[in-house]
Structure formats: C-alpha cells, structure tokens
Design a protein around this ligand. Structure first.
Ligand code: ZN
Ligand code: ZN
Ligand code: FE
Length: 765
C-alpha cells in the first residue's frame, strides 16, 4: 500500500551535499516526492510502501555524507498520498520568519580526496586549478556575505559559471550539484604573482612553479589563502626565517609551519595517532607538536620552546605549492606584529610590502577574515587553543537551553564573542586583541554578521567586569537591552562546564593571567565552588602588588623582585643570586618606593604572575615579547620526570595561599647549585600539589567530586598533565577544555552560560 511521509531533518550543515544524497537514496528505493532546504533544516516528502520509507529513513541517519551532522529526524507518517510521479530536488524555500529557526553555516573545509585526484589528473579539466572545490570541500564561512547560502550571496557571485560548470551545478547526481563556490580555469578565479618592488604581474601558466622556486631560493612570499594572507618562507633556511622575523618585528613569537605530509612532519616532531588524525582532519588546524631532539628546523622558527606548530595543506593552492617538496615552510599570519591578519588585497599589498618579496594573489574576495586554528592533544582528545578557520561558525551544543537569545562580548585579549539561542552557542572565530582599532571593527561587524546569519536578536548582553575592556565598553553602549556583568574567572569555569556539557556544582580551579575581581583587585589564582549561577571564592593566592600595573606584565622581572621581597623582606637584596645582582641596574629602589607608597601598584592573586616571577628568578626571562612568554619558556626548560615539588602554605588568613615558602625553597635550591631545570620542575610540581590539596579540602567540606580546570595557565601542558594525573589518582572527576580554549578565547561561552542561568533564576543584573 502506498503511503506518504513528511520528514524534517534538522542540524544539517549547508553545502555538504545532503540533498543529492537524499535524492539518490529515494531513487534507490523507488520513492517519489521531493527534497528541499528550508530555514528549519531539510524537508523531505516521500511516497511509497511503508517498508521502503522506513528503510529510507534509517539510511538517512546511518549513511549521511561526511560533515553533515544530523541533530534530529522528525517524521510525520501515514499521510494521504499526493500521487507524485517522480523524485525531485526543489529550489530552496526561505519563508520561515526570521527569529524562528536557523540553518547552521558550514565552516571552511579542506580540499577533499576526490578534488585532489582531479587536481593532479592531467586529463581533468581542472588539472592544476588552484580553486577546485565541490560540495564536500572548499571555502564557506569566509566567502558567505549573507543567507540563504546561495552563490549570489557569496564573493563567488562575480564569476559567471561556464556551461560545463553550470551543467555540473544543476545535475543532482554530480558531486558539484549546488556547490556554490564551484569554478574551473575557464570561468573561475585566477592566480597571479606580483613583485613587491615593481608593477609586473605574472599570470598562469607557470605562476605556481615560479612561486615554488622563489620559496626554495629563500625569498619571502605573501600568499593569499582562505581566511587571510600568509607570509611564507623555507623553514630550513635560517637566513630566510631570520629575515622574516626582522621584517615582521616579531621578536620571539613562534611561527607556524606547513608541510606536504605527516611523514615529513614526523622528521621533526613526535606525532601520535590522535595528533595525526587531527592534522588530517578536514578542519586542518595548526597542531602543536613536541619537537624531536634531532629536529632540523631553524631555531628562529620557535625560539626557546618545545612545541612546534604544524599544519597540512588545506587549499588546492597549498597542495600545488608544496607537492613533493621535502621540506616544511613557515606559514605565519600575514600581518605586522600585533595587527590582525590581512585579508584584503590592497591593504595586504600596502602593509606587507616591507616584509614580502613577492605576492601570490587571486581575485576571489575574502569576506570574513579568519586566522588558522591552533589545536593540540591532551588526554587523547583535542584541546583547542585558537578556534577559527575550519571550526567557526559551527554551533556548539551546551547541553542546556538558552531561555532568551544572548550576546556575550568576551574578554579583551584573544577575544571571541558568542551569540546563543535554543541549545546552540555560536562562538565566533578568533577576533584577536581588541586594543587595535581594526580588531575592534572586526568585533562589532562580526557581531552584526552573526546576528544576521543565525537569526539571533539578543535579548540580553553579557560582559566582563573589567571596566577598561573595549568589549565591556561596547556592551555598556547597548542601552536598550538588559546587561549582565560576569566575573572573569567565573566565566572561565562556566566555559569549561559548557564545553563539557556539565551542570550543577563543581570545584572550579581558575589559574590565569589577570581578570577583574569582584573586590576590584586583579584575580588569577582562584578556587571556587561554582555552578552556572554563582561562584563562591573559597581560596586564592595571597595578594601581592603589581608595580607599574600593565608594565609589570611586559617587564616580568618586576614580579620576581616583588615575590622575593614578599618572601625575604627587604633583605633579599643581599642574596647571592644572578637575578638579584642584575636587579641593581633595573632600579629596584624606584620600584620599592612605588610599592611602599602604593603608587600604580594594583594588587593581584594571579598564578600567571607567579610563573613570571619564577621565570625571572631563574634567569629564564626578565621581559616578555608576547603574552605568556615567561611561563612558556619556564615550562620548556623544566626537567621531566621529577616527582617532588615545593609546598605552598595555606593561611595565615583562612583562604589565602602563601607562595613565600615556594620562593624561599627555590632560592635555597639555586644557592645550592641545583639546576634551573630542576627548580622549574619542582615549581610546576608545587602548583599541581597545591591544586590537589585545596581540591581535597573542598571535597571533604562540600562533598563535591567534580573538578573543572580553566584559565590561561593551563595552556602549560606540563602543569595540566601533572594536575589531571594527580587529581584522577585520588578519585576526582576532572574536566578540562576541548572545544573552546582554556585561555580568554573561551570566556564568551562562559559569559553566555552564566547570563542564561541568571535569566532563568530571575537575576538579571
Ligand atoms: Zn571536493
Ligand atoms: Zn567553469
Ligand atoms: Fe583569563
């Protein structure tokens, strides 16, 4: 008996070939009807026998194409047949009212295997075409200007399809059916090479070959990519890397690299099975890997740190450039230090002309600037460090529902914002440090773009307590909606809870750089009993002054001096330590009177600043050129496999943790000639043991066993591994970050989650 069913599939990502897949499945079972996108998802109507329809539905769920994520399949069976004669794919209908539903937009996807085969097949009409793509791969988020996702609303609208491309685009059985960015050498974007010192412009053929030889000869190329420009050079050529570093004014910050294969990366780094999968995933992040002892990479690529960032080619142009080259290349963001990555041609040519020798350009416009994502593996799981290209704007499921749409403005550094509705949080791509005017514009324009794309009109705005954050000022400028202020470290803990989809009370450990506290001081070494609604601060590092405020972050030696004074009193100047001897020249007396008179010396309980102090004390680093550098280098020198550690002291005030004993023991070790590597290891051990001790105390008093670790300090893998191991051995249920960063890139998700809990409880301030 013939019957009719309506099936609504929710959660499909647009542009992954789902409708052709449905078409094929329906044809296979001889079902009649139609499939179309609407703003709620994919709507299918089928007519046939009940048995065939059932098998059809189970096929949908079991054999869906790669990268389509099905959230739910809602069926309405046993409807009166409408006597369809055929199965057809209908044009999209977009009649659902705004604010009703949204269709998630795909992140950019690395070139698929089918396209790669064609790219290197001399018989194929797209042979060596640097912009080949299909429904399973290619640019998405970076070229979409508006919804619905149609070519006319992307930066591909300037290219009119040739007859052959159009035929593929309209053929439901073709891999390029409705592949919006589809193109070929006859009708699509073109590549060209520009010299920075002359007007000469070279077009295909031969441009890629020429670019390869320029790279191999040691030149620096600015290469227009998917989400912005890269600066590229030979990573084994120390001179080229030095030249890039000097021209970019980027003194120490590590460069990422790209290599043609995992085998090639293995020559320089240790790559585990999970890390290999991450490198090969269609999201193609930069993966931070441990350097091998015999690594041949120029030390100028990543000075004084263990980890190297590697990615595999993700665009057809990268595949063409790197094919069969047996060396890795630096592929770092095309910007001057501290500026956001360039994504516009003329802007890139102006800004990068003093850095790059040549420009490899194309005429497909980038609409949304996105940096490369950075990731790593912890606990055999991905732990994202910077969430951007390939990830954003995919929604994150939080495990709870947002009562009202919320906008969360995030932090100041490594900013992301978050728009949330229903059970989805749309955490933005990495925006960057808001101190820069252009980043601020990317922030405000990004919010408007996300509001349009995902039909979110926020009814509440959440922001950080810090009055000077530009994200806070932006939130406060929105007068017509309720505003909710969120403490920075509560947001870190909530971020990690939402990341892991957990609710209820937890022990929250926030080890961080700096965040504004509810008492107006700068927090960052905090222990809480927290849920989404409240965070009760149960212990924290004892306050010390931060002489010079922000200056004490850049001049990290100041914290070393302060902690020495804290531990030994003013007598510390008599200690026979290289750091103390150097200090004379660093004007300690001025600093001392600054602290004594409490001039420009905000108090802090930051663990990040304590890492800075120990780094300075050991002579590892006195000043920093990028955020976290002192701690990163302190971690890098630490001797592995050292079990013991110093002891913090809890008290004399009930909940203040004294670092004095740790500093005194470290100094004693140094005076006894113990190597800095061992002192560093013992310091890491001390922090891990402190976390364990406080956690055990809270567990006893509050009967809580679930512990959540967040904050920038947990980017330190030595500390993170040690801490999780100790906590697990003693039976704690430990959650760490995986889908959003433990650094301030995760703050916006935490703010949104807390705002929602406050709305639910009726506390909207
Ligand atoms: Zn493809
Ligand atoms: Zn064409
Ligand atoms: Fe933070």
């Amino acid at each position: 008996m013939v019957t009719r069913s309506e099936i609504l599939v929710r959660g499909i990502v647009q542009g992954v070939g789902f409708r052709p897949f449905v078409y094929l499945q329906a044809r296979r079972r001889d079902l009649r009807g139609s499939v179309r996108n609407n703003t709620a998802g994919v709507l299918i109507e089928v007519e046939g026998t009940h048995g065939d329809i059932e098998k059809f539905v189970s096929d949908l769920e079991l054999n869906a194409p790669p990268f389509s994520t099905i959230d739910s399949v809602e069926c309405n069976h046993n409807l009166t047949p409408a006597d369809y004669s055929d199965f057809v794919i209908l044009e999209s209908s977009h009649h659902a009212p705004t604010g009703e539903q949204f269709v998630p937009i795909s992140a950019d996807v690395g070139t698929c295997d089918d396209c790669l085969k064609e790219l290197f097949d001399p018989e194929d009409r797209r042979y060596h075409y640097p912009f080949i793509n299909c429904t399973n791969c290619g640019p998405r988020f970076t070229i979409i200007e508006d919804i619905p996702y149609d070519r006319a609303q992307t930066t591909m609208r300037h290219f009119e399809m040739c007859a052959e491309c159009r035929a593929e685009y309209e053929d439901p059985l073709n891999r390029r059916f409705h592949a919006e960015p589809t193109a070929c050498p006859a009708c699509g974007p073109q590549l060209y090479l520009l010299e920075s010192d002359e007007e000469s412009k070279r077009e295909e053929p031969g441009v890629v070959r020429q670019a390869r030889s320029l790279l191999l000869k040691g030149d620096i190329l600015a290469i227009k990519g998917i989400g912005g420009f890269h600066l590229a050079c030979d990573a084994l050529n120390a001179e080229a890397v030095e030249k890039l570093r000097q021209r970019k004014y980027r003194e120490d910050r590590p460069f990422a690299m790209m290599a043609a294969s995992v085998a090639l990366i293995r020559q320089h780094c240790v790559v585990s099975k999970v890390e290999e999968e991450l490198l090969l995933s269609e999201r193609r992040p930069i993966v931070l890997l441990e350097r091998r002892p015999d690594c041949k990479i120029s030390s100028a690529v990543a000075p004084r740190i263990n980890a190297l960032g590697f990615m595999l080619p993700y665009s057809p142009l990268h595949h063409l450039l790197l094919k069969d080259l047996n060396r890795p290349f630096v592929m770092t963001s095309g910007n001057m230090s501290d500026e956001p990555i360039c994504f516009d041609d003329s802007q890139a040519i102006t800004r990068l002309s003093t850095i790059a020798d040549h420009f490899l350009l194309h005429d497909r416009r980038i609409y949304m600037r996105t940096d490369d994502s950075v990731s790593r593996v912890h606990d055999n799981r991905e732990m994202i460090v910077r969430r951007s290209r390939g990830y954003a704007p995919a929604p994150l499921r939080t495990g709870f529902r947002f009562l009202r749409p919320v906008l969360a403005c995030g932090a100041e550094l490594k900013n992301t914002f978050c728009l949330a509705r229903d059970d989805c949080a749309f955490v933005s791509h990495h925006i960057g440090d808001l101190a820069n005017l252009e980043t601020l514009r990317a922030f405000t324009e990004g919010i408007e773009h996300f509001k349009r794309l995902f039909h979110v009109e926020p009814g509440t705005v959440a922001y950080d307590l810090h009055p000077e954050y530009l994200s806070t000022k932006y939130a406060l400028s929105l007068h017509d909606i309720p505003r909710i202020a969120v403490q920075h470290h509560h947001a870190h803990i909530a971020s990690c809870m939402a990341d892991n989809q957990i609710e209820g009370e937890v022990i929250g450990v926030a080890m961080d750089g700096l965040g504004f506290g509810t008492d107006g001081r700068m927090w960052g070494g905090e222990f809480f009993v927290a849920d989404f609604l409240e965070a009760e601060r149960v212990a924290h590092l004892a306050y010390v002054p931060m002489p010079g405020g922000a200056k004490a972050i850049r001049e990290s030696w100041r914290m070393a001096a302060i902690y020495l004074q804290h531990a030994f009193g003013d007598q510390f100047v008599n200690l026979d330590l290289p750091f103390v001897k150097d200090l004379e020249e660093r004007c300690w007396p001025a600093l001392r009177s600054m602290v004594a008179t409490r001039t420009n010396s905000p108090e802090t309980s930051s663990m990040g600043r304590l890492f800075d102090a120990v780094s300075g004390l050991l002579g590892v680093r006195y000043t920093v050129n990028y955020e976290g550098q002192a701690a990163v280098e302190l971690e890098a020198i630490a001797e592995r496999d050292i079990a013991d550690g110093y002891e913090f002291q809890i008290g004399p005030t009930e909940n203040a943790i004294e670092a004095g004993p740790v500093i005194r023991d470290a100094v004693e070790d140094l005076l006894n000639g113990v190597p800095a590597a061992v002192v560093s290891a013992r310091f890491h051990g001390a922090v891990a043991r402190l976390i364990l001790a406080i956690a055990q105390k809270i567990r006893e008093e509050r009967k809580l066993n679930r512990i959540v670790l967040s904050g920038g300090v947990f980017q330190n893998m030595l500390l993170l591994r040690q801490t999780t191991r100790m906590l697990r051995t003693t039976g704690f249920n430990v959650s760490t970050h995986t889908r959003v960063p433990t650094n301030d890139g995760g703050i916006s998700l935490g703010q949104a989650s807390i705002a929602n809990a406050r709305i639910k409880s009726g506390r909207t301030s």
